[in-house]
Ligand binder design. Structure first.
Ligand SMILES: O=C(O)C(=O)C[C@]1(C(=O)O)C=C[C@@H](O)C=C1
Length: 382
């Protein structure tokens, strides 16, 4: 039987380009070459878990109407605590085949072992993803990689649960070493202790660093797992587009409140459709010549301001070294708690008066103090 043609809605986001889209090899790397850069940001949506044939059918039917072409659905679910619902398992695979026969969609599932890969491939699953709890474990990633040797299938790799950029990059290297090259990254946030807002802290700096190292790899944001609550999904999705992410993976269920997993963070396809309509995409570059000229001028002023900041930092370090010499002469410890407390408390206040974010100032001074201590202990131990 001939494969159903993929339904491509008319330029959902015509203006959008992203870093990866700028790269000519992007279309090969992205899940489907036929979905070219015009179609970015790439949307993946679907239920957290495949639960029943009816739930899957109803959800997919509605998502197709919203222009979704790649459905996600968890079949094997890694859960934090035992005795919860751990996914329907292989039983769900024929249901997926059935919805794929009926609707013009492709399907992505999470795999966490060689046997999952084998089952998924047998069932004709189109895209695999490696979850955060697997990315964290090089043995698991290697096992999955080995099971995919010689197979051409797109694989998306979620960030590891802990904020370790090396582990995330390493997972890509393991898959690349067995010949896979249609790879994408999913930013789903990082485990935390008492982040009162997010289920998984976004730590945007990490996907940003990832993209400076591997700009050709598409980066997809998962606002559902970052937020853990549906009311926050729109703002996180928008932030990802403000940062030129290449796509979004959003959890959607026909009856979110009755969902067997992650009920609080799933959106109905209806609400998802409204969200897609509201999201603003950004251009990657300035285009108008006069704006470019102004930008150049402002950037020169920024260069100057940065130079002045570095000169001030060098002056400060020179004074710190001087104190370091006195500390050595008098055999006094480098760390001076009371003085440091005074500095640490006053600078954010000074910054605030200058219109700066006190938390950012605090962070800067934390680093400055670290450097003072490093320098002074070096002097003390000379
Ligand atoms: O005041 C000092 O004793 C310093 O060495 C300076 C300084 C700083 O960087 O401001 C460095 C280390 C101390 O813990 C406290 C303050």
């Amino acid at each position: 039987m001939e494969k159903t043609r993929i339904f491509i809605p008319k330029k959902l986001w015509p203006e959008y380009t992203s870093f990866a889209a700028m790269n000519p090899s992007m279309t090969n790397l992205f899940p489907f070459p036929e979905l070219n850069s015009e179609r970015l940001p790439f949307l993946i949506a679907g239920p957290c878990s495949v639960e029943t044939p009816e739930q899957l059918h109803a959800t997919v039917a509605q998502l197709v109407n919203k222009g979704i072409q790649l459905i996600r659905g968890g079949v094997w679910k890694p859960r934090t605590r035992p005795n919860g619902f751990e996914g329907v398992g292989t039983l769900a695979l024929p249901w997926i085949k059935e919805v794929k026969r009926e609707f013009p969609v492709r399907f992505a599932v999470e795999v966490a072992s060689a046997s999952h890969v084998e089952e998924a491939l047998k069932a004709g699953i189109d895209v695999l993803w490696i979850g955060a709890r697997s990315t964290v474990n090089p043995f698991t990633v290697q096992e999955i990689a080995e099971s995919l040797r010689g197979i051409d299938i797109p694989v998306l790799i979620k960030n590891p649960v802990n904020p370790d950029l090396g582990l995330w990059l390493g997972a890509f290297e393991r898959l690349e070493s067995v010949g896979l090259n249609r790879l994408g990254a999913i930013h789903r946030g990082f485990s935390n202790y008492r982040d009162k807002i997010h289920r998984n802290s976004p730590m945007w700096q990490i996907p940003i660093e990832f993209r400076t190292i591997r700009p050709e790899i598409p980066m997809i944001n998962d606002p559902s797992h970052i937020s853990g609550r549906r009311d926050l999904v729109p703002s996180i999705a928008q932030k990802a587009l403000d940062l030129n992410f290449d796509g979004l993976m959003i959890e959607s269920h026909v009856r979110p409140d009755a969902a067997w997993t992650d009920a609080a963070q799933q959106l109905t396809p209806e609400v998802l459709g409204e969200l897609i309509g509201k999201l603003k995409t950004r251009k990657i570059h300035f285009e108008a010549p006069e704006t470019l000229h102004q930008l150049e001028e402002i950037r020169q002023q920024i260069d100057e301001a940065d130079r002045e900041m570095l000169e001030a930092f060098a002056r400060r370090m020179h004074l710190v070294e001087k104190i370091g010499e006195y500390k050595k002469l008098n055999n006094v410890a480098a760390f001076q708690r009371e003085r440091w407390q005074e500095v640490f408390e006053s600078r954010p206040e000074w910054g605030k008066k200058l219109g700066l974010n006190p938390e950012a100032v605090e962070e800067i001074f934390r680093i400055i103090h670290q450097e003072s201590i490093r320098k002074q202990t070096e002097i003390l131990d000379q």
